[in-house]
Design a binder for this molecule. Structure first.
Ligand SMILES: [Zn+2]
Length: 262
């Protein structure tokens, strides 16, 4: 299994574009082919979704489904780095799709300009290899998590507020693994639960958290090849920007969980 043979599936312009990945033994040609074959759904194109989109597109993910029901607001530009002044008022999925087309026309994108809820989550997320959720409300997060469990799709969930970020990978369909609902519980199913609008957020925290979430997604996608090791399902990473540092904790599976329990 030589690197040359494994990367032969990539055309020469792609070999050049991803040379810094392919030279890494942890990724190599086979890893780059795996990334190019992957289809990821991004839920939320905000402060987390922006760097996630930038780094997943830059990583050569073959197909991206962009999901957001919101339009670009002037107050988004402090942290939502894919948007510019000219995008204010436009649907985020439209501006984000144009960003991808400009950045790398080889990436296939789909746009879903709807809020994900309990009724439409399974339909919107079916067929993806991974879902990355960086949305701004718990009702959507829980609907996304439950759909990922039932569809057996790995989920990377990322959140940020003020000076703290959280990133976790979940595979709640596996009998020994917690799901996102095991972590947060059922109290947040209501639509009007929370938002970052009141709390505020340092823009660079969204960048750090989003880039960390993109790394977690790549880790999950490459796990079958073994290059980056354990996908770290069920582990939550807490990013502290005020006293800069990182701590990680394991989330317990809740046997009574409505999402993944019996
Ligand atoms: Zn659960």
């Amino acid at each position: 299994m030589t690197e040359g043979r494994e990367s032969a599936a990539l055309p020469s312009d792609r070999l050049e574009r991803f040379a810094r990945h392919i030279v890494l033994p942890e990724i190599g040609g086979a890893g780059q082919v795996a990334l190019a074959s992957a289809r990821i759904a991004l839920v939320g194109l905000g402060g987390i979704g922006s760097p996630v989109l930038q780094y997943l597109a830059a990583a050569g993910i073959g197909s991206l489904t962009l999901i957001d029901d919101d339009s670009v607001d002037a107050s988004n530009l402090q942290r939502q780095t894919i948007f510019a002044v000219a995008d204010i008022g436009r649907p985020k999925v439209e501006a984000a799709g144009e960003w991808v087309a400009r950045f790398d026309p080889a990436i296939v994108t789909d746009a879903v300009a709807r809020r994900i809820d309990r009724d439409n989550a399974a339909t919107a997320l079916d067929g993806h290899d991974l879902v990355l959720d960086g949305c701004d409300n718990f009702a959507t997060r829980l609907a996304v998590s439950d759909a990922c469990v039932s569809l057996a799709i790995p989920l990377v969930s990322a959140a940020v507020g003020r000076f703290q970020g959280q990133v976790g990978a979940f595979s709640g369909n596996l009998s020994d693994q917690p799901c996102y609902r095991c972590f947060v519980g059922d109290a947040f199913d209501a639509e009007d639960c929370d938002s970052c609008a009141e709390d505020g957020m340092l823009g660079a925290m969204a960048g750090w958290t989003g880039a960390f979430a993109a790394l977690a997604a790549i880790r999950v996608l490459l796990a079958p090849l073994g290059g980056l090791g354990d996908p770290q399902f069920g582990k939550l990473h807490v990013l502290d920007g005020l006293a800069p540092g990182l701590r990680s904790l394991r989330i317990a599976r809740d046997p009574a969980c409505k999402g993944c329990g019996n």
